[in-house]
Design a protein around this ligand. Structure first.
Ligand code: F3S
Length: 391
């Protein structure tokens, strides 16, 4: 790789151990993926924030990085952590878990990371612009900013994103390059336009193509639908960039003639639904994957207003960011009659397996990960169908 003199000096340890480790990691990734050089980034979003997912090894890594003087050099936000910082006892979390989780957050804070802990930072805390090169982890968020905003990031892992945040640079390969952003397949989608239909569409597309850059016809997602679609395709497949005709900013610049076309309609959506529904009764209903936006908080509160939770055996969690929760006190009041509105955490990165075995969600992403990462049998239905279970 072509490194500048300043970059070579960092690699040689002249800027301290933290910077050196970060440069070693970023250049190693660059060599693996054939990058010719490094590129400046304007922001980072870091995953690897829950004690459940990183464990003691990850905690030690963060301790070492912070002790080595590492500090981020671009605006950087953090993914959800394993618990609501103020309400972890309601989540059946142990004192030991809570202490280690708080230490992880403290270490990220020490390194200059904004510890907002959400997977939807693009709605407020961290909003890239079109054409920005960024280093984002969190598969749903990076797909959203790549696709709906037109920023440029690879599917970074937690350590890679942290290293890039420290350097303010990442390796210049993959989705940073024009040619890798071209669509690889056309998807003709036939859906009813509800947010849940976007979840099933994403599930079906991920199942059909696995990876690649889908180019959609027949959809018009707004922010909530786009975040749902991004999350679903990133979980059922490994899609990190998609385009939608007449909607996403780069879509108009491609010639799609000659690409394979896949039709996703009723049969494919039903197959996606069947794949995610393996249980008929649940102990927990968890909404907010990706984190609920203000609009979704308002929609849920409007739906619940005047209704009563009759089935006390099923717990309900609503997951959002602290930022959004603070902005919607009236919605929170209504929702809290059904279950806690939890901030900065979610049903997948929290250790729910200690308390539950069967969980319902409206998210295809959570529907994929609840069985694999949380040992759950999962149900995936739209919000009104889930709420019927408790009313
Ligand atoms: Fe966000 Fe957790 Fe889903 S991090 S995208 S709510 S799995």
């Amino acid at each position: 790789m072509d490194l500048t003199k300043a970059e070579e000096a960092i690699l040689n340890g002249e800027s301290g151990e933290g910077m050196q480790k970060a440069m070693e990691l970023v250049t190693a990734l660059g060599k693996i993926y054939g990058a010719e050089d490094l590129i400046d980034i304007t922001s980072a979003h870091l995953s690897g924030a829950s004690y459940k997912t990183i464990g003691d090894g990850g905690l030690k890594y963060l301790e070492d990085m912070a002790a080595g003087g590492a500090r981020v050099s671009v605006p950087s936000t953090l993914n959800p952590v394993g618990m609501d910082r103020g309400r972890w006892a309601e989540m059946h979390i142990s004192q030991e878990f809570a202490e280690k989780q708080l230490r992880i957050i403290e270490l990220y804070g020490k390194m200059g990371v904004r510890t907002t802990c959400s997977c939807t930072p693009y709605t407020g805390a961290n909003v890239p612009s079109y054409g920005d090169h960024v280093a984002w982890a969190e598969s749903s968020a990076l797909s959203f900013v790549n696709s709906y905003i037109g920023a440029r990031t690879n599917r970074e892992g937690g350590p890679g994103a942290l290293a890039a945040a420290i350097l303010g640079k990442t390796a210049n390969y993959g989705l940073h390059l024009d040619e890798k952003r071209k669509p690889t397949v056309v998807i003709e989608a036939e859906i009813d336009g509800s947010v849940f239909s976007y979840s099933m569409l994403g599930q079906a597309v991920g199942m059909a193509i696995g990876s690649g850059v889908p180019y959609f016809r027949g959809i018009s997602p707004e922010v909530e639908e786009a975040k749902t679609l991004s999350a679903a395709m990133a979980a059922s497949g490994s899609v990190a960039l998609w385009h939608a005709e007449g909607v996403t900013p780069e879509a108009g610049s491609f010639d799609t003639s000659g690409l394979e076309t896949i039709h996703i309609g009723k049969a494919e959506l039903e197959a996606a639904y069947d794949k995610l529904n393996t249980v008929q009764d649940v102990q927990l209903i968890a909404l907010g994957c990706p984190h609920l936006t203000e609009k979704e908080m308002h929609q849920i509160a409007s739906f619940l207003k005047g209704k009563k939770k009759v089935n006390k055996d099923i717990e309900i969690w609503f997951c959002t960011s602290e930022e959004v929760r603070a902005k919607c006190p009236e919605d929170v009041r209504i929702m809290e009659e059904f279950g806690p509105v939890l901030a900065d955490t979610c049903m997948v990165v929290a250790p729910i397996e200690g308390a539950f075995q069967r969980t319902g969600t409206n998210s295809a992403k959570a529907g994929n990960y609840l069985p694999t990462l949380c040992s759950q049998k999962a149900m995936c239905r739209d919000i009104s169908a889930l709420m019927e279970l408790v009313m």
